[in-house]
Design a protein around this ligand. Structure first.
Ligand SMILES: Nc1ncnc2c1ncn2[C@@H]1O[C@H](COP(=O)(O)OP(=O)(O)O)[C@@H](O)[C@H]1O
Ligand SMILES: CC(C)(COP(=O)(O)O)[C@@H](O)C(=O)NCCC(=O)O
Ligand SMILES: [K+]
Length: 279
């Protein structure tokens, strides 16, 4: 059995994958914390023969996790952002500084589409662009929905927030503090995503496929205008592509890959931008 770990700043996601059949046997998530302690919510290490890890949380968390696991499991792959992998060249001035979750998402997105924009809606919302041919351009980072709300709570005296309440669609003006915050934060996120997508397509002269992942992808998706696909397992797919272990992975099949909708036409994207610049 393979244990895949996607350690984010908020949640540590795990799944168990059958090394022969490539079936996902179980999955779960725990809050990212100081140490990966085997417990009721964490898989039994006895059945695991290989581990693949993406980590953007504090390094000490990873080091402790790996040293704990090393005693039990022989193969441990820890993904790192590099200058080049699987036909993609990293756009960062210092490639190792690109968050490895972004790198893995970009690799998976490129494998599936041959050039795309990837939006990862987690603690942060990140957007990365990989052009056909494999040039990663770099990207954008903004606070995620929950962080935007928490920053308002930290910096003000009378703004109450509810971190759990979701928005969706295109919400109108809030008539109480919690709604006003939720609607404002939601519109800030989806406006940025819609705008950055359109500006990028315009600048690069192509309608790029758009992929969404991360814990808030589903709620963000309701407000994203251009056709797009949800791919919750994108970081895992990047791990599969970088460290293929099962026969299906070696054959290049990525688990959970979504069907891609036809992107909007470039004319339509440009018309939307022109309309926005009139306002
Ligand atoms: N079951 C859940 N438990 C906790 N957070 C969830 C859950 N489902 C969605 N979320 C949202 O997903 C966010 C975490 O997304 P995720 O992509 O896992 O972030 P990260 O990779 O930064 O840890 C949370 O901030 C929360 O808004
Ligand atoms: C931007 C991130 C915080 C996003 O992390 P996440 O929301 O998935 O927890 C992470 O990719 C990171 O720490 N990146 C390093 C900085 C960079 O990518 O430029
Ligand atoms: K993210």
């Amino acid at each position: 059995m393979i244990l895949d770990l996607d350690i984010g700043n908020t949640l540590s996601k795990w799944r168990l994958k059958d090394r022969g059949t490539s079936e996902i046997r179980s999955r779960g998530a725990v809050w990212t914390r100081e140490q990966w302690r085997p417990g009721a919510d964490i898989p039994d290490l006895g059945v695991i023969t290989a581990i693949r890890i993406s980590n953007v949380a504090r390094n000490e968390v990873l080091e402790r996790t790996v040293s704990l696991l090393k005693r039990r499991v022989s193969t441990i792959h820890v993904a790192r952002s590099g200058r080049e992998a699987l036909g993609v060249t990293n756009g960062y001035e210092e490639p190792g500084r690109l968050g490895v979750d972004r790198w893995l998402g970009s690799l998976a997105g490129y494998q599936l589409t041959g050039g795309c924009m990837v939006v990862d809606c987690g603690s942060a919302i990140t957007m990365d662009i990989v052009l056909p041919g494999g040039r990663h351009l770099g990207g954008y980072i903004l606070p995620g929905l929950r962080l935007m709300k928490e920053s308002l709570q930290l910096g003000t005296r009378r703004v109450a927030i509810d971190p759990e309440v979701e928005s969706g669609g295109l919400p109108g003006p809030g008539r109480n503090t919690i709604d006003a915050v939720n609607h404002g934060v939601y519109l800030a996120a989806i406006s940025a995503i819609n705008r950055i997508y359109s500006e990028t397509c315009d600048r690069e002269d192509m309608a790029l496929p758009l992929l969404l992942t991360g814990g808030d992808a589903r709620v963000v998706s309701r407000g994203v205008g251009p056709p797009h696909a949800l791919w919750p397992d994108m970081v895992y797919a990047g791990l599969e592509a970088l460290f293929p272990l099962t026969p299906a992975e070696r054959a290049g099949r990525l688990s959970g890959a979504p069907l891609l909708p036809e992107p909007a036409s470039l004319e339509r994207i440009r018309a939307g931008l022109a309309f926005n610049s009139l306002l």
